[in-house]
Design a protein around this ligand. Sequence first.
Ligand SMILES: Cc1ncc(C[n+]2csc(CCOP(=O)(O)OP(=O)(O)O)c2C)c(N)n1
Length: 548
Amino acid sequence: MNASEVLVKALENENVEYIFGVPGEENIDFLEALRKSKIKFILARHEQGAGFMADIYGRLTGKAGVCLATIGPGATNLVTPLSDAYLDRVPIVAITGQADTSKMHKESHQHIDVVSMLKPITKWNTRISRPDIVTEAVRKAFKVAEAEKPGGTHLEFPENVAKEECINEEFFEIRKVRRPAPDYKAINQAIELIKKAKKPLILAGNGAIRKRATKQLRILLEKTNIPVCNTFMGKGAAGHNYSHNLFTIGLQSRDHVTCAIEESDLIICIGYDIVEYSPQFWNPDGKKDILHFDFDQAEVDYWYHPKVEVVGDIASSLWELNEKIDGTFDKSRGEYAGKYQKLIHDDIYEYANDNSFPIKPQKILNDVREVLDDNDILISDVGAHKMWIARMYTAHEPNTCLISNGFATMGIALPGGIAAKLVYPDRKILTISGDGGFIMNSQEIETALRLKTPTVNMIWSDGTYGLIEWKQKARFGHTFGTRFGNPDWVKMAESFGAVGIRVKKGDDLKDVLKKAFECNKPVVIDCPVDYTENIKLTERLGRLVCPI
Ligand SMILES: Cc1ncc(C[n+]2csc(CCOP(=O)(O)OP(=O)(O)O)c2C)c(N)n1
């Protein structure tokens, strides 16, 4: 076999199902080997689209999503998805072509130093400089990408190496590595802190929905009745019906859930990543008692200085905690959260029957929630709509509301939806984007059509970069540099061969959504949104007096 064939076999050995990518001259040997493989090559229309597909695949499966690009401009287009994987802790492996190794010491067509370029945004990367290191490099790329905390890795595959004969065709047996369990002293200290607290509160982050942590978290909640809130990326960690669920924290302004934090005397952070939402917002004087459960030690941060750190596999840590918490635990200590839960609940359903047009964000999300089942998947893009989705959309299960919130990149939703449909063909997949973010990767509508992945893609159209206007209005009282024109979304969808639907009335949306999911084709829904609600929310929350 040549090195390309060995690389493909090594990827098969890792149980890779899909490679998302855009080819180039420098990887035609690899493609030729891939042609004969059972791995499906998903041709994307932009490397960024391919990278985001790999990203959502990684989030949903816990297995590294694989993306492919060529030398130079192909590789640079992967910078955004790899950065997203880096800060959102998503396992992906990127493979890029490269010039002949005999040309790397001098100026050469399309050659830039891609390994150096991607180093700061990957957990590990290397050049496959000789055919006989392929199998080791591939095993390491997957092992590192999938280990906690997950992230991206990158393999550069120069075109001359790709054709060379390979003498090493030994493939690794994939062996599971157990994650370390926590130190028993740390668990005992954690129990002491929890027992002493009068008003404990759990903050569940991104790590609380990975590696089976959710199951143990839910047992803990049942045993203790401790109130829980989650970050954008921790949505679904606690069930919607949990009696002390305070839902999502993360809008930077004051909110009902931050009042609960203010009242609480112990914040139990589970898989919380400060990259997602700075502790400065919820612990402004740095005085809160914090208990940290995570795969890694806590970052050093003035506003996040835990009293105790329980470091190790989160599911094991919570399991140990659950084993040691007995029937004497006073379950009434969560009752203080009831008043906040009512306020949050009232907010979520305030406009459930509002038929005004353009439609209020709250009403859109009520309708979406009614149409989607518990296990269906909503993927959010980034913008004002993301803030509303995070605050108002109630997720019942982990990984059913996906939000890029560490890197927070626009353009992820539409390509991400395609990957979600490949992973879960029987679930309804809805993406919601702003009109700014949607157009950034709208070329992937063609990919969805070609693959026959019938996702429904809703655009909240307002002709502006809504989130930026929201921030400008709050800070300066006016807007600048944010307005743009839109194509006719319905005609655009139709020109691709997809279905385009425009929402025309406030009471139309539920039917439109139901019809869209029955089409069995990719659908684009143009939904005019009433973003006057944005600044109203900021002002209302600004006036909020905590009922402590
Ligand atoms: C790739 C990228 N570019 C720029 C930004 C900064 N940004 C964050 S939200 C936003 C506006 C999004 O506008 P739109 O997609 O129309 O959604 P809306 O806010 O109107 O809901 C911008 C420009 C970003 N997060 N990602």
